[in-house]
Design a protein around this ligand. Structure first.
Ligand code: GDP
Length: 446
């Protein structure tokens, strides 16, 4: 997302500092330039980029690194702290009863985010409800209702009512039993006086504990004005960035967070109710700086495990050890699909980020949902021995398996090919420490 570029370019520059104990002006300038370039590319607003980089520069040159600290660690710490300053360090939305109101322009993803957040809170053992007050956008009611059904959370809306403020009031009463009430509001194409007025009235009616501004990650420079307007109307306590699956940018959202002095609360990464992550500044920046974000990884793994009902203690790192049989593939494909694309998962394992996965053949890790379903059927037709030792599968077995699973021999071959590629890829990682990984990356980058 946003700053993935920063991650890899910065890591390259940082690596040049290895072995140095002091930063000279040239080092600092090179790093600052790298940061500026990445942030501007990600559409972060110029003033913010300049502020951030001059803070980093000033501190790097004037602060004395604590004894024994390398130049690299010193600047990493400064970059880290300055970035935390921007994205906010108090993002903990407490897991306790509360009302959250969502605001944003039409199409930013409010309705989707409302249902996603409700789902997310429900996984934390709370009882959420979504109140849909958008009477402006045709279809908002149906969409919200459907998504809440998918999320299995309580929903309140009234397709026949016309006054959003009244719906909000009625909704608050109707959802009294809920712990978390998420109030979705109408958007418009642009900031208009009647939109702001409506939101102010709804806010008075529901008295939310916090207001989140929902922003499309692709918003870019428009973010600043929007953030300012919403902030002065109802106050913005946090930002939910949506559609991060569709853009490499997202800098506008950083600008908005900075402008409202709030923090990033949630990230939307897809269209289904489960495509949401709580934003964790530490994890985010650690990942950005190439330190690996195990916390987020474990949250995803945990979720995937809950869903697949697997209670054995499979760890993602296990893929990197021992032999990788078809059985492993079968067991893990499902979990992996729930966690998101494997390259994203890999990015979260320390030492695995930094574009390493970009160096692999595109389809090496491409196990889409459809293929997976086919593969599952095929694997069901294999014997245990074949699953444990795919090399024992010859032409006649392929024929038998295809017949047994009602698939084409070609698909069976594809599965075997896929397994082989994954096996080869994973065996390259086996037994590697961070240092080896760095060396390998260098080698791959030629
Ligand atoms: P609203 O007008 O602000 O309520 O926006 P919606 O919730 O209706 O979202 C607008 C469109 O964006 C819909 O088609 C959603 O499916 C889509 N959308 C919302 N969030 C995401 C996301 O995180 N990823 C992707 N790919 N699409 C999203």
């Amino acid at each position: 997302m946003v700053l993935d570029n920063l991650g890899s370019s910065l890591r390259g520059t940082m690596d040049k500092l290895r072995g140095k104990s002091r930063l000279d002006e040239e080092d600092v300038q090179e790093i600052v330039k790298e940061i500026q370039r990445s942030l501007l590319q990600a559409d972060v607003e110029v003033d913010l980029v300049m502020d951030l980089s001059s803070n980093i520069e000033e501190r790097a040159l004037n602060e004395e690194p604590p004894g024994g600290t390398s130049a690299r660690d010193h600047i990493l710490k400064i970059v880290y702290e300055e970035m935390v300053e921007v994205v906010g360090d108090s993002t903990e939305i407490p897991l306790e009863p509360q009302t959250i109101m969502l605001a944003g322009l039409q199409g930013s993803g409010k309705t989707t985010t409302a249902a996603k957040m409700a789902w997310w809170f429900s996984t934390k053992g709370l009882r959420p409800a979504v109140i849909q007050t958008d009477t402006f956008r045709p279809g908002a009611y149906e969409q919200a209702k459907q998504m809440c059904e998918n999320a299995e959370v309580q929903f309140y809306g009234d397709p026949d009512a016309e006054d959003p403020v009244q719906i909000a009031r009625d909704g608050m009463e109707a959802t009294e039993d809920a712990d978390i009430r998420i109030v979705d509001t109408a958007g418009r194409h642009a900031l208009e006086a009647d939109l702001i007025e409506e939101i102010e009235e709804i806010e008075r009616a529901v008295a939310p504990d916090r207001n989140l501004l929902v922003l499309d990650a692709a918003i870019g420079q428009g973010a600043k004005a929007q953030a300012r307007e919403f902030d002065s109307a109802v106050g913005v306590d946090g930002v939910a960035i949506t559609k991060l699956d569709g853009t490499a940018k997202g800098g506008g959202a950083l600008t908005a967070v900075n402008e409202t002095d709030s923090s990033i609360a949630f990230l939307g990464t897809g269209e289904t109710v489960q495509d949401i992550e709580r934003f964790e500044p530490n994890g985010f920046i650690s990942r950005l700086l190439g330190m690996g974000d195990l916390k987020q990884l474990s949250e995803r793994v945990e979720r995937a495990m809950e869903e697949t009902g697997e209670d054995d203690d499979w760890e993602p790192e296990d893929m990197l050890q021992g032999s990788f049989t078809l059985k492993d593939m079968q067991r893990q494909m499902d979990a992996m699909n729930k966690m998101g694309p494997l390259d994203q998962v890999m990015d979260m394992i320390p030492g695995m980020g930094g574009g390493l996965m970009d160096q692999l053949p595109d389809d090496a890790m491409d196990v889409t949902q459809d293929r997976m379903r086919n593969f599952e059927v095929i694997m069901d037709s294999m014997t245990d021995e074949e699953l444990e030792d795919p090399r024992s599968i010859g032409a006649s077995q392929v024929q038998r398996i295809a017949r047994g699973s009602g698939t084409e021999e070609e698909t069976v071959q594809e599965l075997l090919q896929q397994h082989k590629m994954m096996d080869q890829t994973l065996s390259q990682f086996q037994g590697m420490g961070d240092g080896d990984m760095q060396r390998m990356m260098k080698k791959m980058q030629g």
